[in-house]
Design a protein around this ligand. Structure first.
Ligand SMILES: Cc1cc2nc3c(=O)[nH]c(=O)nc-3n(C[C@H](O)[C@H](O)[C@H](O)COP(=O)(O)O)c2cc1C
Length: 225
């Protein structure tokens, strides 16, 4: 699978934030308040706490290698940034990679995309998944990637959760963004999937995307999975 990396410019993100602010001013947003219009400073890397300190079960049975299908990388990426980060993770883990794609592709035009994204958020929409999006049922751990949209997880991640794909899983979230941290999205996931274990997330900003290999490596090591 070939990534199509088209990096959204900081100017574009400022446009996002301005559009979000305008929407709020019009009283159209019934959701959690949108991010400040001025992008926050480059977020510090998330605290690297050991995420899963459950001791491996000991057994007298012959020890088998971990099942190949136990973990999966599931990624939604509209313009390729988060996909590039997902591929850096895949290179280091060799896990399967599943693309989370909408049934109706998002517009290429940036302004149209803002309109669609804002409407989905205002309506707490659940954009339909493409039929090709494989079930994650066979996996215990999901490395879940998405861009930060309006400070939060994109609505299509909520569709995936509604389908039951994240229930009871260990979720290791990672994102790309213009500047926002993943922290609000981690909170979204914990609320959305109360029976899942949501680990510390990884944020890589667009301007820091060239460091994704190192960032992915450090984050994977910190998870202790
Ligand atoms: C609808 C929309 C909303 C966005 N909201 C934010 C935001 O709140 N904070 C931020 O830092 N970046 C925001 N961005 C920028 C994206 O998170 C950033 O460009 C990301 O790297 C895109 O990832 P992708 O190429 O995988 O789609 C937004 C972009 C779009 C299209």
């Amino acid at each position: 699978m070939k990534p199509t990396t088209k990096t959204m410019s900081r100017r574009a993100f400022v446009g996002v934030s301005a559009a979000a602010l305008a929407s709020l001013a019009l009283g159209g947003c019934a959701q959690t308040p949108v991010e400040e219009p001025t992008p926050a400073p480059e977020p510090e890397p998330e605290p690297q706490t050991p995420a899963n300190d459950v001791a491996p079960e000991t057994t007298t049975e012959p020890t088998l290698a971990p099942a190949q299908g136990a973990a999966v990388i599931a990624v939604f990426s509209r313009t390729g940034n988060t996909l590039a980060l997902a591929e850096a993770i895949q290179t280091r883990t060799n896990f399967d990679l599943v693309r989370i794609e909408p049934a109706a592709p998002f517009p290429d035009d940036y302004d149209e995309m803002l309109t669609v994204g804002q409407r989905e958020r205002d309506e707490d929409a659940r954009p339909a998944l493409a039929d090709s999006v494989s079930s994650l049922a066979d996996y215990d751990t999901v490395y879940l990637g998405f861009p930060v949209w309006w400070g939060h997880i994109p609505q299509i991640i909520r569709t995936l959760a509604d389908r039951g794909d994240l229930a009871g899983k260990t979720i290791a979230p990672f994102c790309t963004s213009g500047s926002s941290s993943i922290s609000t999205s981690v909170a979204d996931l914990r609320e959305l999937c109360p029976d899942a274990t949501v680990l510390e997330g990884l944020t890589v900003t667009e301007s820091g995307l060239s460091t994704r290999d190192t960032r992915a490596e450090e984050w994977l090591a910190s998870l202790g999975l």
